[in-house]
Write a protein that binds this ligand. Sequence first.
Ligand code: KIV
Ligand code: ZN
Length: 499
Amino acid sequence: MSDRLYIFDTTLRDGEQVPGCQLNTVEKIEVAKALEELGVDVIEAGFPISSPGDFKSVVEISKAVTWPTICALTRAVEKDIDVAAEALKYAKKGRIHTGIGTSFYHIHHKLNSNPDEILERAVRAVKYAKKYVEDVEFYAEDAGRTDNEYLARVVEAVIKAGATVVNIPDTTGYTMPYEFGEKIKYLIDNVRGVENAIISTHCHNDLGMATANTISGIINGARQAEVTINGIGERAGNTSLEEVVMTLKSRYKVLGIDTNINTKNIYKTSRMVSNLMNMPVQPNKAIVGRNAFAHSSGIHQDGVLKNRENYEIIDPTEVGINESSIVLTARSGRAALKHRLEILGYELTKEQLEDVYTKFLDLADKKKDIRDDDVAMLVDDAEKKERRIKLDFLQVVTGKTLQPMASVRLDIAGEKFDATASGNGPVDAAIRAVKQIVKRQVILEEFLIQAITRGSDDVGKVHMELEYDNVKYYGFGVNTDIITASVEAFLDAINKMKV
Ligand code: KIV
Ligand code: ZN
């Protein structure tokens, strides 16, 4: 049996069925091109009879994409197949994906039919599709709950009718990995002519087992996996491309099966699909979630810094994630902080590092995670130690019906000075209080507050331009408290004045 698994991506068909995730044709082309770059073998581009939009997307994707096979879905209905064939007319390699329900539920309660009639309709649909394209895939909908013996009869008949690929969907996400694997093995062992077609998996995630079922199917002989980016799809979704591909890649020694996927494109394709579909990826999602390669506990961070493989089974760069995996939190140690400082280009002495680390723990108590801007602020703070005029204390009282009041204490060359002032706002009150102490007739030329905001606990940056004695001085302050950042920026500029 071949050791190559074909990746059939159905993000643009099954994935796009998610309510609220519909894409327009231009967006679909963008995704299709990304899938081509990713290296998928088949792109299921839509269900042409379902809407003019789907029809158009299949046409345009067929024109835009070069080497992957473009697939169009149909029911086992002649009109569906005619429309799909028409939509595929520009595809360099086109496939019609036709099929019908084969489980007891579908045969009796959806199609109001019987097993023999369903088998006959399946064969008729495959033969009809063969008139248009050589490559015909048949799906036995709800195969997960279909009796294996009957399923084998259907599979044998459609292969005889010319199906090149037979899809065994676990439509309702019902099976368990050992059952799904046994089902595939049963077909491989019992269907005459099975070697003339590729058996495909198409697993839904209702019990959270889509990837496990797919891998079990592959181990037992399936050589095509139907997947979506980020696992999006009906209800709990489909098997995710990234999980299957990275399982095969990282466990190659055991499984010995390969794909054509350029794994370095996985992360960017995941981001693109998530952004275009407005479908956030859960933070703990395997492979592409925000936390998939994030280490926050001190022990883990230390272990990863000593040797990445202590706590990582996949090198994040293999899936295109190049950011640091060390998340700085209150549990991070000095080694993690030093590592981040080095990445940011700071070389601190042991004493400076100690000072920054103490402040870092203080800040980490207030913030959930510390980003590069925060680290820059801490280093900036450490440098402030050398200044002549330092902020020692600041208290501001403000509110909707209150006149803002600020009390400030400055440390000027070791001596403490206090002042209190009111102002138009809390920043104005604080600056007025500082001015009472430094007694300089400075003019505030420019005042820029930048909230580098991702959340309300983020740091704010303040840039100030002061004029004193016809000379301009620039000051910069960063703090989680915007009033403190403003006073720091003011003092930064004042400290630069020689007179
Ligand atoms: O889940 C399913 O059974 C399907 C088929 C239409 C292939 O999506
Ligand atoms: Zn499906």
